[in-house]
Design a protein around this ligand. Structure first.
Ligand code: ADP
Ligand code: MG
Length: 415
């Protein structure tokens, strides 16, 4: 799925950010057992960066010399990729930085994007370590595609970029409450769903959206390609060097590729090698959104109901390893797949929906309370005084929120 735009060079250099606390806390062991050899044997030289705390990856990516890397790869859950993408957004050169090819290896408990990429590859569903191995193989193929990003505005926080989901109500509550069940890995969402069902509640608010028109063709397809430029810089900054302990020395081909004179930027065909003279891509202005305190344009659809059980906006197929929430979605379809469930649904019906979501058949259950529509932008104004909103599974400021999709804004290694 998604339009392939090229291949990373051989050898290629990846910064591999591993969150040792992600998932059941075994990401480093999983890396050693499954990923290290695979990458080395296929000529992917990579520098292991072990994240030490929240926002560590965000800060590293904000300051990094991106000319030294062909790709930034995350081994964690979706939370760490969210940090990395927003770290790129915080750079003065973000329009260019956001086009750095990204990669994902599922090491967390919420691995929605990894599961989506696996799904798009056409392989039958797998989970846990099988999913990791599959994503490892896809990474080694180093084929790059465009991926949509969604710009998210909150009432007082800076703009965010989101790659997976925006949730309010039941799903957001489960996301957050299930953090305490992370020792069971991806099953935390199942446990969380059952717990939340017991205390099912109604969430009040106003929802509106701009429908995706049928003739919408997705974003620009510039004549893009990947190629090498000469690369003269020395080793990476100290802050990015391998932090593996002495007891288990790093066996990576640490920057061997620096000697091969390959620089590994993904560039447009017509652009010049210098970063300074490279023409910036068009800035993705949020042309569909008005300030949150202004009334919506007339072509927006306002949802009549104001009592909900959940709102879920998805831009990729999988919300988690075993939740095929948007079976129609593809990597760069330029569409937000908007779901909401109206209040009044029974616990049994809601449980049935989530069980069906494992196979992506929830839309075929004819649930009268579930609404699915494809949109390009949305606005949600919750009226309950307290609540949870998540973006890519991470909690954000609670209050009015609006979002707009940007087709193919970033690049992802999809294999
Ligand atoms: P999971 O799916 O297991 O929740 P995530 O990738 O979502 O995995 O990671 C959860 C959070 O852990 C992220 O917000 C990230 O900032 C944070 N994090 C990264 N490194 C560390 C660390 N060394 N210790 C604790 N938290 C970390
Ligand atoms: Mg997470």
């Amino acid at each position: 799925d998604g339009v392939l735009i090229g291949e990373l060079p051989r050898p290629c250099r990846m910064m591999l950010l591993v969150n040792p606390q992600s998932g059941k806390g075994q990401a480093l062991t999983l890396y050693n057992n499954h990923i290290q050899c695979m990458l080395n044997e296929t000529g992917v030289s990579h520098t292991l960066v072990i994240t030490e705390r929240q926002n560590h990856a965000r800060e590293l990516v904000r300051e990094a010399d991106l000319s030294q890397w062909d790709a930034l790869v995350i081994m964690s859950g979706d939370g760490l990729l969210h940090e990395v993408i927003n770290g790129l957004l915080e750079r003065p050169d973000w329009e260019e930085a956001i086009q750095t090819p990204l990669g994902i290896l599922p090491g967390g408990s919420g691995n929605g994007l990894a599961a989506s990429i696996h799904h798009y590859s056409g392989a039958s569903p797998v989970s846990s370590e099988d999913l990791l191995v599959s994503c490892g193989f896809l990474l080694c193929k180093r084929l790059v595609s465009h991926m949509d990003l969604v710009s998210v505005h909150l009432s007082s926080s800076p703009r965010l970029l989101s790659f997976l989901s925006l949730a309010w109500g039941f799903v957001a509550d489960v996301d957050v409450e299930s953090e305490k069940y992370r020792s069971v890995g991806a099953a935390r969402f199942t446990v969380g769903t059952l717990v939340r069902l017991a205390s099912l509640r109604v969430y009040k608010g106003r929802l509106a959206y701009l429908p995706a028109t049928k003739d919408y063709q997705g974003g620009l397809r510039n004549n893009e390609t990947l190629h090498c430029n000469n690369h003269t810089s020395s080793l990476s900054p100290a802050s990015l060097q391998c932090q593996q302990s002495r007891d288990s020395p790093c066996q990576n081909t640490f920057h061997n590729s620096c000697h091969s004179n390959n620089s590994l930027k993904v560039r447009k065909k017509e652009s010049t090698p210098s970063r300074n003279t490279t023409k910036a891509p068009p800035r993705p202005r949020d042309t569909l959104l008005l300030p949150l305190d202004q009334p919506l344009p007339s072509e927006w659809v306002v949802v009549q109901e104001e009592d909900f059980v959940l709102m879920l906006a998805m831009y990729q197929s999988h919300l988690a390893e075993d939740l095929l929430a948007a079976p129609d979605a593809s990597l760069d379809d330029g569409v937000i797949h908007l779901f909401y469930v109206r209040a009044g649904i029974s616990r049994t019906a809601l449980l049935r929906l989530f069980l069906a979501m494992e196979k992506g058949t929830h839309l075929a259950t004819n649930c009268q309370h579930l609404v699915y529509t494809k949109v390009r932008a949305l606005r949600l104004e919750p009226s309950s005084p307290k609540g949870i909103i998540t973006v890519d599974g991470e909690v954000v400021e609670y209050g009015p929120v609006q979002a707009e999709v940007h087709s193919g804004l970033t690049r992802l290694i999809t294999g």
